[in-house]
Design a protein around this ligand. Structure first.
Ligand code: GLA
Length: 383
């Protein structure tokens, strides 16, 4: 039974690839086809990693079962020319060996927890430390390095994937068995929506996000300093030299962090500002004006003037980590066979604030048994 189902999927995958190559697979906007699955590679322990391809409303997405990684996201420019606008690799070996979270799902905790320590209900926990003395993006083997169970679906005019991962009690030092479900949906308008959900059997902390590296001119095409960005936030969280928030919610007014009015990403990035020195550029959390919302609300717009490609982000989350690709250093070769250098992409990670478990004044990231963690982020594209 299982074998025959796989055979059908493989045949569909082959047909899908052939159609895409022939240029006949453009989505009509009237609802897409079921996502197709193919083998992408095999991990050292023999685990197979699959790649799922889906398309709807003019957006084409390729997702790996490894880390829920967006391996490719193609959108058209103002003349209808498609480019992959997300940094990534061509093979699984590179993802395992050296990915700086390219396109990945991040968990259990997006960004840093100071010294990998926090206390919850009187119990002290020590997490996996993997960034100096701190814990970054869930520790040494976070959700970005786990193989997720993935199922494709179609629903009305939507197509998508449901990804599941069960993180055991104590994994990377976190308490409680966390059952995470992430749904990637491509809508008939070509929006890419991410719905995150999680439950736990012991009190724990959770902060899930997605670590796509955007370059709207196309991955490998050069720097993003000419991209224009706006962020609806009057405050951000300044950091110390280890990139841990000081706890202050500082005003962006009069600083390089003021993106309330659209400006080029590179405009102020070389100012001799202590915060930019700490991050080697921008690597900070913005305190979104809207706060936590029940429904996703628009918080940021990124536009590449050369191609016209525009990304709008809406979220239920209270924070946005804007990272300007500072640690890309010319040592990685990407999926399009180009070297990635500093500033060749940027990340816009919707989230709760870094180090919230140690910052009582920040919105809480605690999840308790009986509760369901739910957040949503929507990426809309135009040109
Ligand atoms: C996040 C962090 C950065 C860096 C990147 C990945 O954006 O805030 O400091 O770790 O991920 O390199």
């Amino acid at each position: 039974m299982e074998t025959s189902r796989r055979t059908v999927i493989a045949a569909a995958a082959a047909a899908g690839v052939a159609a895409a190559t022939a240029g006949t697979a453009h989505a009509s906007g009237a609802g897409g086809r079921k996502p197709v699955k193919e083998l992408f590679g095999t991990l050292a322990d023999g685990t197979k990693v699959h790649r799922w391809s889906l398309e709807n409303g003019g957006t084409r997405l390729k997702v790996l079962s490894y880390g829920g990684v967006v391996q490719s996201l193609e959108i058209p420019d103002r003349r209808g020319r498609y480019r992959n606008v997300s940094l990534g690799f061509a093979n699984i070996e590179d993802y395992v060996a050296s990915s700086p979270y390219f396109g990945a799902l991040i968990g259990r905790y997006g960004n840093r927890i100071a010294k990998g320590r926090f206390t919850l209900d009187g119990t002290a926990y020590q997490l996996s430390v993997n960034d100096g003395e701190n814990s970054l993006h869930g520790g040494a083997k976070g959700f970005d390095k786990r193989v997720w169970d993935v199922e494709g679906f179609t629903s009305g005019s939507d197509v998508g994937l449901v990804l599941h991962y069960v993180s055991g009690d104590g994994e990377m030092g976190y308490p409680g068995t966390l059952r995470a479900t992430v749904t990637y949906t491509l809508t008939r308008d070509g929006d890419w929506r991410i719905d995150y959900a999680a439950t736990t059997d012991k009190a724990t902390v959770v902060n899930l996000t997605s670590h796509v590296y955007w370059n709207l001119a196309g991955e490998g095409s050069g720097s993003i300093y000419d991209h224009e960005l706006s962020i609806a936030a009057a405050r951000y969280t300044p950091v110390d030299s280890g990139l841990i928030p000081t706890g202050e919610l500082a005003k962006v007014a009069g600083t390089p962090f003021d993106f309330r009015r659209t400006k080029a990403v590179g405009e102020d990035i070389r100012e001799a500002d202590q915060q930019l020195l700490y991050g080697q550029g921008i690597d900070h959390n913005w305190v979104l004006d809207k706060g936590i919302t029940a429904r996703p609300e628009h918080i940021a717009t990124l536009r590449d003037p050369s191609s016209g490609r525009t990304l709008k982000i809406a979220t239920t989350e209270p924070g946005l980590q804007f990272y300007s690709g500072n640690f890309l250093d010319g040592t990685l070769v990407g999926s399009g066979d180009h070297i990635y250098r500093q500033g060749d992409a940027l990340c816009l990670e919707t989230q709760h604030f870094p180090d919230s478990p140690n910052q009582p004044s920040f919105p809480s990231t605690v999840l308790r048994p009986g509760e369901t963690y739910r957040t949503t982020t929507v990426h809309s594209f135009s040109a």
